[in-house]
Design a protein. Structure first.
Length: 48
């Protein structure tokens, strides 16, 4: 019983950790996309 509880706790910790990493990745990718689009639009506007 104790082993199972420890195992579940471990899975929970790993799961939350992975969620944090994925959220971080997601936001960094979003920010990169926004910056890229912004610069692309800005450049095209400046060229015209």
């Amino acid at each position: 019983v104790c082993d199972r509880i420890v195992y579940l706790l471990f899975i929970l910790i790993v799961y939350t950790f992975m969620q944090q990493i994925f959220v971080c990745l997601y936001y960094s990718i979003l920010i990169c996309l926004y910056v890229y689009v912004f610069y692309y639009v800005y450049d095209s506007c400046c060229l015209i």
